[in-house]
Design a protein around this ligand. Sequence first.
Ligand SMILES: [Fe+2]
Length: 233
Amino acid sequence: MKPAGSELHRHKVADHFNPRHQWLLISSILIIMLIASCENSSTLKNSDANLISLNQFDPCDNPDAEITCCFANMADTLSNVMNIAKPNEPGEPLLIRGIVFQTDGKTPYADVIIYAYHTDHTGHYAKKGNEMGIQKWHGHLHGWCKTDRNGQYEIHSIRPSPYPDNTIPAHIHAAVREPDGTEPYYITDFVFKDDSLVDENYIASLMGAGGTGVVNLTKKANETWIGQRDIVL
Ligand SMILES: [Fe+2]
């Protein structure tokens, strides 16, 4: 006989409190909680791994890193003097100074940050082992300065040597960051007029900003090589 509505309700309520059903219900809940716990644990482990991986990944530790990486490790405060080589760095002392101008070629350009790096006296991008980011590739002979209100800058270092294969002139790579917040960019390398590899073909091949970059270096016996390069941006 089909139970009446109220009896059916009581039947379902009675089923709910059936000890066997209760046990099944509790077991199911425990199994679900166990699975959820395992999944959470797995997720946490994956997150931790990702975090560790992210901490170790430095996008600037790459020879082809974004040019902004050149400016990632500079000091908060810069003067217009860039000191690249320490006093004990082997090689011949070098001083290059000049004025950075705005596009009109007349107005001194203040607050332009210049980044430069170059090879050592053997033609290698030598490392000390404590370089960070892109300087792991550029080597320890690098530095930054910021033009003063007259657009003036100075680079103090040693004269770099050409690569050991001697196929391109000795050079100093340089990038600039203008104060207007635009993307930094490389200017033509500094090269030296007395370098036999700085010939018409080399100069004709230049396409970068900032002029040819050819610096006429002079020095008195056993003194510093001195040259000037004015740069129009
Ligand atoms: Fe180079």
